[in-house]
Design a protein around this ligand. Structure first.
Ligand SMILES: Nc1ncnc2c1ncn2[C@@H]1O[C@H](COP(=O)(O)OP(=O)(O)OP(=O)(O)O)[C@@H](O)[C@H]1O
Ligand SMILES: [Mg+2]
Length: 224
């Protein structure tokens, strides 16, 4: 049922990777439909590399005229719908954000990332105003270093924490995450002799998925 969009006005922020991580994690306990709403179709490409479990379906969106029907249909069929958007504002992105129960905004730790995240938050707020409802959005730090933060990194994080909710979990920069684009499927399917740190990546991904579920549950109870 819930619709989760990954949005950011910056290309390469980590939307597709984080959407794959969330989708494959949630699929351990529920059905998931991933909608590739980016013409570059990297999510769709990932889905064709290796077999996926039966409860994951990947749909390639037909574009802005079709997206509302695609979301409605997916929300009726799956426990979670995850939409991977392109890295720039578009009517399609606006439509998807307007239908979302949660918008995840991935961000790195550079000023450009923070600026793009703030811009995306403003876009979500505008969609919310147009639809007269609050659209929950949360920043996800990704591609971050697991090491101690520099002053600049702390400054950027502080800036974004002041602007919006931020996931406590960060998807650190890990080879196991980027490897998914080449290996296909999920973290548990990676060849451990080929990639380091798979277990840490799994723990990291589980924490992110649990936080998303908590956030959606909290929203539902707040709305009741
Ligand atoms: N947590 C991570 N750890 C390691 N590499 C990552 C992580 N997140 C993203 N990357 C890498 O960074 C690059 C950009 O990530 P990704 O494609 O997910 O971004 P995007 O926001 O979907 O980009 P676009 O706007 O172009 O669609 C990719 O090469 C990906 O493998
Ligand atoms: Mg992408």
């Amino acid at each position: 049922m819930p619709v989760i969009s990954f949005a950011s006005s910056k290309g390469g922020a980590g939307k597709t990777t984080s959407a794959i991580i969330l989708g494959t994690e949630l699929a351990h306990g529920a059905s998931v439909i991933l909608v590739d709403a980016d013409p570059a179709a990297r999510l769709h490409r990932w889905s064709r590399i290796a077999p996926l479990p039966d409860n994951i379906e990947v749909i390639r969106s037909e574009g802005e005229r079709a997206i509302l029907d695609e979301i409605e249909d997916a929300a009726q069929r799956a426990a979670f719908v995850i939409i991977d958007l392109e890295g720039s504002a578009s009517r399609l992105a606006s439509f998807a954000i307007g239908e979302s129960d949660l918008v995840v905004i991935p961000s790195g730790e550079e000023q450009q990332d923070a600026d793009a995240a703030v811009e995306t938050l403003a876009e979500v707020a505008r969609e919310g105003r147009a639809r007269r409802r609050d659209i929950p959005a949360s920043i996800l730090f990704c591609r971050t270093s697991a090491a101690v933060k520099s002053r600049l990194e702390k400054h950027i994080q502080g800036q974004l924490q002041a602007a919006a909710p931020v996931f406590e979990t960060q998807l650190n920069r890990r080879t196991a995450f980027s490897a998914l684009h080449n290996a296909g499927a999920g973290l548990r399917d990676l060849d451990r002799s080929e990639f380091n740190g798979v277990d840490k990546a799994i723990t990291n991904a589980e924490a992110f998925a649990a936080e998303v579920v908590d956030m959606l549950t909290k929203e539902k109870s707040d709305a009741a």
